[in-house]
Design a protein around this ligand. Structure first.
Ligand SMILES: *Cc1c(COP(=O)(O)O)cnc(C)c1O
Length: 418
């Protein structure tokens, strides 16, 4: 074998991020390669949530809106997320879900390009992005959706985003893309695509769900961005999402979900809406305080992390996984880029029986997931995964494929959540 388990152990001993594993509570005996779907639980999150429940809620009750900073949670939490996407204070608001924030961003962006009637969307994007754009295009006044396919998912040299260039013209108001493809892990050049879209006069909205916490993000000149915090950022199931609004747009744009939490004077209880200054206007209703408590606990960890070290380790782990499987399961078809510079922190393979393969693998203690129609996905969260975990996962996957244990009938039945 190209590398032994002992050599992986040696790499772990030298890993500058090795201490972070202890900051997470991981169930024993499993290799968790699903941090790209639901990030692991930080060890101090339960205590932090308990304090919010028992003291802030249980003792101080409604006073906590002031004394515990509940009212400001969308902004204060957004300011803690901002450095992870290369943004500054007052540019990110945490709240709602990614889906809702996509609607807010699209609705805010369209009036910035009056007269342009086309929204460019990606056929390969996560379905909710597409569904929300479809709803928004109708609700906001008969916009046309122009779909481009397979952007950035090729591994060849040349320009994978040629399809995007073809889609851009004077009618395009905005472009909504994910930086990292949720199925294949293929990654776009954020700065280059932003420049190209803006050169065509359109607004660029990025979905960073598979970027923030997985790699260093420089939001740069982009107009808007959205993302979730329950994947690589470990905020917990259903944790608040976020929206980034470039400072140059903040006073010009409107939040169509103009609720009282985004009002300029919410406690004046005026009959008519007036937007709060800055990114706060993108708040809508009461924040889920307990979820913010969990998210802020994980951000305590992220504050101490050097994202360039995270990226270096992510590249090492995903490359190791691919190399091991090249050797152990040479027939397995890689679904994403072979060049680690062109993928996020995820490796995917195509297998016609991907679902039972993933289930059989889970029974060997390796947790990945399946995405229809034929993708087997593995996410690599560098803060808590070790090289030995990658070694164990690759050997287990190779074993499931070679002994065909996935053919057992018990793996055929699909659970509701795959
Ligand atoms: C995970 C993910 C979402 C999730 O949206 P929610 O509103 O949080 O359910 C949206 N877009 C992309 C690209 C994702 O990967």
């Amino acid at each position: 074998m190209a590398i032994t388990r002992a050599e992986c152990q040696a790499l772990d001993d030298r890993d500058p991020l090795r201490e972070f594993r202890d900051a997470f509570s991981l169930p024993p005996g499993i290799v968790y390669l699903l941090g790209n779907s639901l990030g692991a639980l930080p060890r101090h999150t339960p205590e932090r949530v308990a304090r919010t429940v028992e003291s802030e809620w249980g003792v101080h009750l409604g006073a906590s809106w002031n004394t515990a900073g509940w009212w400001d949670l969308p902004q204060s939490t957004g300011d803690r997320i901002a450095p992870l996407i290369g943004a500054g204070p007052g540019q990110v608001l945490a709240g709602d879900s990614t889906s809702v924030n996509i609607f807010k961003a699209v609705a805010a962006a369209l009036p910035l390009r009056p007269g342009r009637r086309v929204i460019v969307s990606d056929l390969d994007n996560f379905p909710t992005d597409r569904y929300v754009v479809q709803g928004a295009a109708d609700a906001l006044g008969s916009y046309e959706i122009r779909d481009v396919g397979s952007l950035g998912s090729q591994d060849s040299t040349g320009s994978p985003d040629d399809a995007l260039a073809d889609a851009l013209d004077d009618d395009v108001a905005l472009v909504l893309l994910s930086q990292v493809d949720y199925r294949t892990g293929a990654m776009r050049d954020l700065a280059q695509v932003t420049e190209r879209v803006q050169a065509a006069g359109a607004i660029m909205i990025w979905d960073l769900c598979h970027s923030a916490g997985a790699l260093p993000v420089e939001i740069g000149a982009a107009d808007f961005a959205v993302g979730c915090t329950y994947k690589y950022l470990n905020g917990g199931p259903g944790a608040p999402a976020y929206i980034y609004v470039a400072p140059r747009h903040q006073e010009a744009v409107r939040n169509v979900l103009s609720g009282w939490h985004g009002h300029a004077a919410p406690f004046a209880f005026e009959p008519d809406y007036r937007p709060a200054p800055g990114v706060r206007r993108f708040a809508t209703g009461s924040p889920p305080v307990l979820s913010y408590a969990a998210l802020n606990a994980s951000l305590d960890i992220w504050e101490k992390v050097d994202m360039h070290q995270v990226r270096a380790k992510s590249v090492a782990l995903t490359s190791l996984f691919v190399e091991l499987l090249d050797e152990l399961a040479p027939d397995l078809e890689l679904a994403g880029p072979r060049d680690p510079e062109r993928r996020g922190s995820q490796v995917s393979y195509r297998h016609p029986d991907g679902y039972p393969v993933v289930r059989a693998l889970a029974d060997r203690g390796v947790v990945g997931d399946y995405r229809a129609p034929d993708i087997v996905r593995f996410g690599f969260a560098p803060l808590y995964l070790r090289h030995v975990d990658v070694f164990d996962a690759a050997t287990a996957l190779a074993a499931v494929l070679s002994d065909e244990s996935w053919r057992d009938e018990k793996y055929a039945h699909r659970l509701a959540v795959t």
